[in-house]
Design a protein around this ligand. Structure first.
Ligand code: CU
Length: 178
């Protein structure tokens, strides 16, 4: 009995040691340029964006997200459905080994559904990312106005129109959702 116990203890210590040696997914994820979208009072939803870099040699997955600024937080993407951009919920956001995944307007995003109060420029919003292995990371992000950002970017005409269309599509999709 005593021998069994010590073998058990030893194996627990060994597995704990190997766990500690391996960084978890949250630690391997490098977040840059996070921001949330400014929304007016009564807006049904906002969205947050960021670039996620994977420092490890294994793919990592964000399987959910949470925030105390909104009732529900979902992982979303945009798909082109016969020329109409639609948002849909996805089960995870994957970041390839040694690569990066960009969450941006018109593409992948973290949807903040049912904001408890209007999100205003200058505020900081916290979004917690939950990874597949159970680890998590809280990201603090500034609230930014899309309109301001686009005005600040003196883009060539074509690029500007492109951005503008995205903005319209986002508005359209948001209305669709509720
Ligand atoms: Cu969305």
């Amino acid at each position: 009995m005593k021998k069994t116990l010590s073998i058990l203890t030893l194996s627990v210590i060994t597995s704990l040691t190997s766990l500690a040696a391996m960084a978890n997914e949250a630690e391997e994820a490098n977040i840059s340029a996070p921001f949330a979208r400014e929304v007016p009072p009564g807006a049904p939803a906002s969205a947050s964006f960021m670039t996620i870099e994977n420092k490890s040699n294994k793919p990592l997955k964000i399987t959910s997200a949470e925030s105390d600024v909104a009732k529900t937080v979902e992982l979303h993407t945009h798909t082109n459905d016969n020329g109409v951009m639609r948002m849909r919920q996805i089960p995870f956001i994957e970041v390839p080994a040694g690569g990066k995944t960009e969450l941006k307007p018109g593409g992948l995003h973290i949807m903040l559904i049912g904001p408890h109060k209007p999100l205003k420029m200058g505020q900081t919003v916290k979004v917690k990312l939950n990874f597949e292995d159970g680890s998590s990371k809280t990201v603090s992000m500034p609230v930014k106005s899309f309109k301001k950002m686009m005005m600040n970017h003196k883009m060539p005409m074509h690029e500007h129109n492109h951005q503008h269309n995205h903005e319209q599509m986002m508005e359209h999709s948001h209305e669709h959702m509720n």
